[in-house]
Design a binder for this molecule. Structure first.
Ligand code: KG4
Ligand code: ZN
Length: 338
């Protein structure tokens, strides 16, 4: 079997990323974060697109250099087709298309959400790959889904958010507390020092496997406003406990639905993906289910959970094996189904 070298490009939101894979192994995985957005409290699409244009050439160069690969050795180029911000997606797709044409190699379009799920198939020492079927909990700033995965490209969404994504719930809660964007990692950091039972927030009542997070955000807003009237420095004095309580509530919401999904499908293998799976509380709670409920859980290496190009590359490799290629006419899609 000849070696396959894939260059993968990810530019769906605010990170410009490139990776080189040799078959299912990652040779390099480079991400340029756009720090510019933090002062605006969220990603500004126009600024993201412009930053991608500045970053894409140096990021791809760095990925090739770190992998010690010449571009002439590449077998194919994979890029994120969607979902994401159109202006951001177009920078990655245009770059991938011109490079594939110039090198006369195949072009592969990748669904970002499938990539978060399939990141588990990157060959990495110390990390086991799930077997089919398994349940994937994809939790990021843009999505919250429970997916039944029957094969590489046979996935069904069995539950999803009806409003905010779980990452937004973290980020918007953080904003209410006056923390900079993205606030998810900061809530995680302070939560580790606080009491998760200090404050109680009511959980939403959503039927079936779907989620809702917008009510939680409102509940937190009203709670903080009320407490600040009594004591203007309430947030500063109780930051750890507030963060721990918010995180605890979010984890309970996720776990309630996961338990129901396991009950309904009979599948006990759970793989998590998306930026929020970096959360330390979610990770430890999931690990506990192995002894508690006999689940088997899969948590990818940290650099493959947040937006990255290695996960685009592993999907690219699978599609390369089945020769699933595109022409330059392939269009980017802001919204795209699994
Ligand atoms: O997958 P991702 O990098 O980008 C999207 O596709 O959305 O996810 C970003 C999201 C942000 O909302 C960020 O606050 C959240 O993941 N996040 C976290 C943590 N690390 C990143 N949320 C909670 N705890 C963390 N440790
Ligand atoms: Zn993502």
């Amino acid at each position: 079997n000849p070696e396959v070298f894939i260059l993968a490009i990810e530019s769906s939101c605010d990170d410009t990323a490139a990776a080189i894979l040799q078959n299912d192994k990652v040779l390099s995985n480079v991400v340029a974060n756009q720090l510019i957005h933090s002062q605006y409290g969220g990603v500004v699409p126009e600024l993201a697109s412009r930053a991608h244009q500045q970053n894409i050439v140096p990021v791809v160069d760095a990925a090739l250099r770190k992998a010690k690969i010449q571009k002439e050795q590449l077998s194919a180029i994979a890029f994120t087709q969607g979902p994401g911000l159109m202006g951001s997606l177009l920078v990655g797709s245009s770059f991938a298309k011109s490079m594939a044409v110039a090198l006369q190699i195949p072009l592969i379009a990748v669904n970002h959400m499938q990539a978060h799920v399939l990141a588990h198939f990157i060959d990495e020492d110390g990390f086991e790959k799930p077997s089919f079927p398994f349940l994937a909990l994809t939790i990021s700033g843009g999505h919250t889904q429970i997916i039944k995965v029957d094969d590489f490209f046979d996935m069904t969404v069995i539950g999803e958010t009806t409003d905010d994504a779980v990452g937004e719930a973290f980020d918007k809660s953080a904003k209410i507390l006056g923390l900079p964007y993205p606030g998810g990692p900061l809530i995680d950091k302070y939560a580790q020092l606080g009491n998760p039972k200090a404050f109680a927030f009511t959980k939403p009542k959503v039927p079936g496997l779907d989620f809702s997070f917008s009510g939680l955000k409102t509940a937190i807003l009203y709670f903080i406003q009320k407490k600040k009237l009594e004591n203007p420095s309430f947030v500063e004095e109780n930051l750890n406990d507030i963060c721990a309580s918010i995180q605890h509530t979010i984890i309970e919401i996720l776990m309630d639905k996961l338990k129901l999904a396991v009950k309904e499908t009979g599948i006990k293998q759970i793989a998590i993906g998306g930026g929020v799976s970096a959360n330390s509380g979610i990770r430890s709670t999931l690990k506990e289910t192995e002894n508690k409920y006999g689940w088997k859980t899969f948590i990818p290496k940290f650099e493959y959970t947040t937006d990255n190009a290695a996960m685009i590359g592993i999907v690219g490799y699978q599609k390369f094996l089945t020769q699933t290629f595109e022409t330059s006419a392939v269009v980017s899609k802001a919204r795209i189904q699994l």
